[in-house]
Design a protein around this ligand. Structure first.
Ligand SMILES: *Cc1c(COP(=O)(O)O)cnc(C)c1O
Length: 404
């Protein structure tokens, strides 16, 4: 057999559109919460592919589901339904508030579907001009034009004007500010139960309850973007389950496929019929391959043992991080739920989150940032304690560089 073409990190600059600035090593294989690069250097994975690899790398449950389905049927197009997608829809509706599911391939597509559904429901209501969307500053909802516009970080949208209009951004966790802009013309409020990319900032329960009441009062859809918080990330199947607030629409992606691209928009029998035949669609969404993997990953995660394990690991992680911080005094606050953890840098280290993750890489640890001032960890939901210990030891060496 011919050798594969040899490639190096510098080829990224040769051939790739430069929207990313990847680390200076290339991962080539992974197992559990460890990854190896081209030089066979080992890394502990506290990034989890940005909250995606919920079962770590090459977990047998996911590998078996993938390879078994790969020999049967990959894709038929949505002119036909398929068994894996129906099974996955049954799992999602039986285990959440939802009655109906629309499948797609990413978080942005799930939010795009949610926002389009809300606009359609608004139109069908007969109330003139019921197209307003209320969203929150600092939010992240994806990179399509509609979802960067709904997102509350102008740096991601301002270069692409003219943007879709009718979107109002107000301060996160400020119920009075939301109250001032939600009215009869509002068709949707979109919110992350924990702002992920924005810095791992949990929504206050009273804030979410207030949004629920305002949506009920004015007939607007409450959309929870659970792309990052969903599928066990917080120690509950979905984060809304920790809040006592039930949304009308929930979007899920990232961990849903454990690394295989898949997304979904969940909603109720009240709203689903507004997406009638032909109003929305997708080529790949709900394909048998993605659905088979997601079904297996979802079934594995949705057990008391795995979900309790996430809560246990949260405490284990926090204890270790607090011990580190007692020594180095680098973090102002350590926050988040389950295995979505944000370490906020003290003012004197502002802007250094990226440096920390770069040094962590040198020490053999994959970690994330959430904005310039927050180091974020979203590891596998089943990361072994000894990998947490080893990762923390490597983080300690990275922090020692910063402290110097
Ligand atoms: C990652 C993310 C998205 C976008 O998902 P993609 O799969 O990258 O399109 C949307 N919302 C939230 C909260 C996310 O964390």
């Amino acid at each position: 057999m011919e050798q594969p073409i040899s490639v190096t990190r510098s080829n990224f600059n040769d051939w790739m559109v430069p929207v990313f600035a990847p680390a200076n090593f290339i991962p080539v294989r992974g197992e559990g919460s460890r990854i190896w690069d081209q030089e066979n250097k080992e890394y502990i994975d506290f990034a989890g592919g940005i909250a995606v690899n919920a079962l770590g790398h090459a977990h047998p449950v996911a590998v078996n589901a993938l390879t078994e389905q790969a020999t049967k049927l990959w894709h038929v197009g949505n002119g036909y339904t398929n068994e894996p997608v129906l099974r996955l829809a049954k799992q999602l509706t039986e285990n959440t508030f939802a009655d109906k599911v629309f499948f797609c391939n990413s978080g942005a597509e799930a939010n795009e579907a949610a926002l389009k559904l809300a606009r359609k429901v608004g139109l069908d209501s007969g109330v003139a001009g019921k197209s307003g969307i209320v969203a929150f500053k600092n939010a992240f909802h994806g990179r399509t034009l509609f979802t960067v516009s709904a997102g509350g970080q102008p740096k991601y949208s301002q270069d692409f004007a003219p943007l879709p209009n009718g979107i109002n951004h107000v301060a996160f966790n400020d119920l009075d500010a939301a109250k001032a802009v939600i009215n009869e013309q509002t068709c949707a409020v979109i919110v992350e139960p924990i702002q992920g990319e924005g810095g791992v900032i949990p929504a206050d329960i009273e804030f979410l309850k207030g949004l629920r009441a305002l949506c009920d009062e004015f007939g607007a859809l409450l959309i929870f973007d659970e792309v990052q918080t969903g599928v066990g990330r917080t120690g509950s199947l979905y984060a809304y389950m920790n809040t006592g607030v039930i949304p009308d629409v929930l979007t899920t992606a990232k961990a849903l496929g454990g690394g295989f691209p898949v997304g979904a928009m969940l909603t109720t029998d009240k709203y689903a019929p507004h997406f009638s035949v032909g109003t929305h669609g997708t080529t790949y969404g709900g394909n048998p391959l993605a659905s088979a993997v997601a079904g297996a990953v979802f079934e594995f995660i949705n057990t008391p043992e795995v979900l309790e394990g996430v809560k246990h690991r949260h405490q284990y992680f926090l204890d270790a991080l607090n011990t580190l911080n007692a020594e180095y005094q680098i973090f102002e606050e350590i926050r988040g739920q389950g295995l979505l953890i944000g370490c906020v840098l003290k003012a004197e280290y502002a802007g250094k989150a990226k440096d920390i993750t770069t040094w962590a890489g040198e020490e053999g640890l994959l970690a994330l940032i959430a904005g310039p001032d927050v180091v974020r960890f979203t590891p596998s939901l089943i990361i072994p304690e000894q990998d947490i210990d080893e990762g923390i030891a490597r983080l300690k060496r990275a922090l020692a560089k910063l402290a110097k």
